[in-house]
Ligand binder design. Structure first.
Ligand code: ADP
Ligand code: MG
Length: 140
């Protein structure tokens, strides 16, 4: 077991429905601690850069449009095995396949508007945290 940090985004479908608190409560109930948080409206360039790994996927342009369609809340989450723990509580990408009690099962609207982003490796977590936060903005 080790204390890790991972990166989370509460996506525009959730901020639009006033679910910042609801999603954050599920993260906290899963044992994750919010050690940095800010509400931002991403630029197109920021969203394209963030999702560059998906640039060749057919849904890329729609995904970028969705991610800039409203505010998001970017967060750093800390806890035991935080990366895997967060992926667990998020649930499957497609809410139709998400387990009961997961954030996406409870809140997601569709495979695209699926309420949360979470880093998929510790390496990516470090990259994604640095993309949005300065070290002094993270207070554990
Ligand atoms: P995850 O967010 O579970 O790690 P991916 O990294 O594969 O999933 O995809 C990134 C995001 O792209 C998803 O969270 C979702 O918003 C969107 N997405 C993924 N697959 C599709 C799809 N088939 N159609 C539309 N949007 C998708
Ligand atoms: Mg992913």
């Amino acid at each position: 077991m080790s204390t890790e940090r991972t990166f989370s985004i509460i996506k525009p479908d959730a901020t639009r429905r006033n679910l910042t608190g609801g999603v954050t409560k599920m993260l906290e109930d899963a044992g994750l601690r919010v050690v940095a948080s800010k509400r931002i409206h991403m630029t197109k360039e920021q969203a394209e850069g963030f999702y560059a790994v998906h640039a060749e996927r057919p849904f890329f342009n729609d995904l970028v449009s969705f991610m800039i369609s409203g505010p998001v809340v970017v967060q750093v989450l800390e806890g035991e095995n935080a990366m895997a723990r967060n992926r667990e509580v998020m649930g499957a990408t497609n809410p139709a396949n998400a387990d009961e009690g997961t954030i996406r099962k409870v809140y997601a609207e569709s495979i695209e508007a699926n309420t949360v982003h979470g880093s998929d490796s510790l390496e990516n977590a470090a990259i994604e945290i640095a993309y949005f936060f300065k070290p002094e903005e993270i207070v554990g």
